[in-house]
Design a protein around this ligand. Structure first.
Ligand code: HEM
Length: 532
């Protein structure tokens, strides 16, 4: 708050009148414009505004980690409630049926203003597949990249994924069991190299030596941090703050990285199975020509970001849950042993993991589901806009209402999941698969793309659902299953003593674009099952 008043003071000194007009255009005018909608939503329950009325519920949201705050309010105020924000009233929805109606049946558009941050990845600030509304351009890009995530393509990619994971395991073995390593950061190395290979057929070298600084990892990580800072309106409104300047600097570095990767491809075009091949073969419906250099950069920049931290955090959180529960750990190990995939004294090198194994590891897959339920990497969910007056969860919402669907809050809700909602219980997915209702872990899972499609369960939307669901989910699931099967086959994981167990690590989590661990990361010991 100190910074706020200092900035305010500086601005006021520079030019009181201009400054007052600037502030009015940012806050007061949008507030006044939003009054008719606010009135229409007055009847909805919601947390009281306790501070300065123009800030609405924002002070509460920033005081507690936002994902926790939303989860608490969702239990307190029910499946539909309102939040007062400086420029609008948001309606928060955690009722699974109503959420499905919004995402799948009525296919409400994304609220584009809430995605603007994800257009700041390149200097040109172009829309991309994540931020573009359902236009002809969007549909063409989605159609073009979908084959890259098909079963046939993922099968082709699988051997490379095994090699990348093997490099991570070599690094863990070299570090030794006494080292407390940030396994979330290690997983980020894996996902950076996966994107490198999958998108560009290039080796970014992040897993070659897990102790060494890696440029791609550093540049992409810095950009994510800078983007998170820009979610704070003070940094957007007061663009001279150092946080805003930080974004420009890290974007310049990221831009250079993306440009270099694309220039490399000009001298040796990407192989047919790569994501870039699909993007470069696309005819832009707006021009009738291949994608312009700007659009190609913007899409490339987005895919890199979309597939990196999300999948890495999912791997990290899952390892944390396995490390934190001896019972879960021994069931995972027993399943791997049954499949010949566990290192044991008589067989220190387990059998090579095969594509066909992935579907058979039912318990491990249930563990992954449960981990993504409790710690969904895109915890903030999705933001949509009501296109016409619509009845949702028992209330008529007027056209233009902003709808916020927070995945973390919905996936932890006792109303949806029952009294044990907060517990890590992979068995709930096995029971569902055995016919107790819900989708569970798909029965015939040798087809990983089909498995990804059957994921969307009542109140379980880590990849969202409907036409704007995650196009990369089949790759993400393949990475998760492969990495966890291999890592758990050769190592036992233990949370470092000072992490405070699973509870300590979870309480440090922050919703910074993705749901990431606290500043220390996820410190764990990787103990070889069979000492060398
Ligand atoms: C565990 C890992 C992942 C999770 C939890 C995840 C989750 C999501 C979610 C929830 C959305 C919808 C966002 C919204 O409605 O605002 C989304 C969209 C998207 N994801 Fe993922 N994602 C993951 C991995 C990946 C990977 C590996 C890629 C590609 C390399 C990817 C590419 C995309 C793209 C391009 C979109 C925009 C799709 C569209 O609007 O058509 N994601 N993701």
């Amino acid at each position: 708050m100190d910074g706020f008043w200092k900035t305010l003071g500086l601005g006021a000194l520079l030019s009181p009148v201009l400054y007052a007009l600037y502030l009015a255009s940012l806050i007061v005018i949008p507030y006044l414009k939003s009054l008719p909608l606010r009135r229409k939503l007055r009847h909805l329950p919601g947390p009281p505004v306790t501070g300065f009325f123009l800030l609405g519920n924002v002070p509460d949201l920033v005081r507690t980690p936002v994902h926790q705050c939303m989860a608490r309010w969702a239990e307190q105020y029910g499946k539909i409630f309102k939040l007062e924000l400086p420029t609008m009233t948001a309606v928060v929805l955690t009722d699974p049926e109503a959420v499905s109606q919004v995402l799948k049946v009525d296919r409400f558009e994304k609220l584009t203003t809430s995605y603007q941050n994800m257009e700041k990845l390149t200097a040109e600030q172009q829309p991309n597949i994540l931020t573009e509304p359902l236009s002809a351009y969007y549909k063409a890009v989605r159609r073009a990249v979908t084959p890259a995530f098909s079963t046939a393509n993922l099968r082709r990619f699988f051997p490379l994924l095994l090699d990348i994971t093997q490099q991570v395991m070599t690094g863990l073995a070299a570090a030794g069991p006494s080292a407390a390593l940030d396994l979330d950061r290690v997983a980020q190395r894996l996902t950076i190299d996966v994107i490198g290979r999958f998108a560009f057929d290039r080796d970014f070298g992040a897993t070659a030596d897990i102790a060494k600084t890696n440029e791609a990892l550093q540049v992409v990580g810095e950009l994510m941090t800078a983007l998170q800072r820009m979610l704070n309106p003070l940094n957007r409104w007061f663009w001279w703050r150092k946080e805003a300047r930080g974004l420009w600097a890290s974007r310049r570095r990221y831009d250079a990285l993306v440009r270099r990767a694309l220039e490399d491809l000009r001298s040796s075009p990407p192989a047919q199975h790569t994501l870039l091949h699909h993007l470069m073969s696309l005819t832009d419906p707006d021009t009738g020509k291949p994608l312009s250099a700007r659009r190609l950069r913007s899409e490339t920049a987005l895919f890199w970001i979309a597939g990196f931290e999300t999948t890495a955090h999912a791997i990290g959180w899952t390892l944390m849950f396995i490390a934190g529960s001896p019972e879960v750990e021994s069931r995972v190990a027993a399943e791997l042993e049954g499949a010949g995939l566990l290192a044991v004294p008589g067989r220190p090198e387990p059998r090579q993991l095969a594509w066909g194994d992935l579907g058979g590891l039912k318990y491990l897959n249930a563990v992954i589901h449960e981990s993504m339920r409790l710690m969904p990497p895109t915890s903030g969910g999705t933001v949509r806009v009501v296109p016409r007056d619509t009845q949702l969860a028992g209330h008529v919402l007027p056209k233009g209402t902003m709808l916020w669907i927070p995945f973390y809050a919905m996936q932890r809700s006792e109303r949806v999941w029952g009294p044990d909602a907060a517990q890590f219980r992979p068995e709930r997915w096995l029971a569902a698969a055995a016919g107790a209702g819900g989708p569970g872990v798909a029965a015939e899972e040798d087809d990983i793309v089909r498995a990804a499609d059957t994921q969307s369960a009542r109140g379980f939307l880590p990849f969202s659902e409907g036409p704007r669901n995650c196009v990369g989910q089949s790759l993400a699931l393949l990475e998760l299953r492969t990495a966890l099967a291999l890592l758990c086959g050769s190592f036992r994981f233990r949370l470092a003593d000072d992490m405070g167990g699973v509870e300590g690590a979870v309480s440090e989590a922050r919703q910074h674009i993705t749901l990431k661990p606290g500043d220390r990361g996820l410190l764990m010991h990787a103990i070889p099952r069979v000492p060398a």
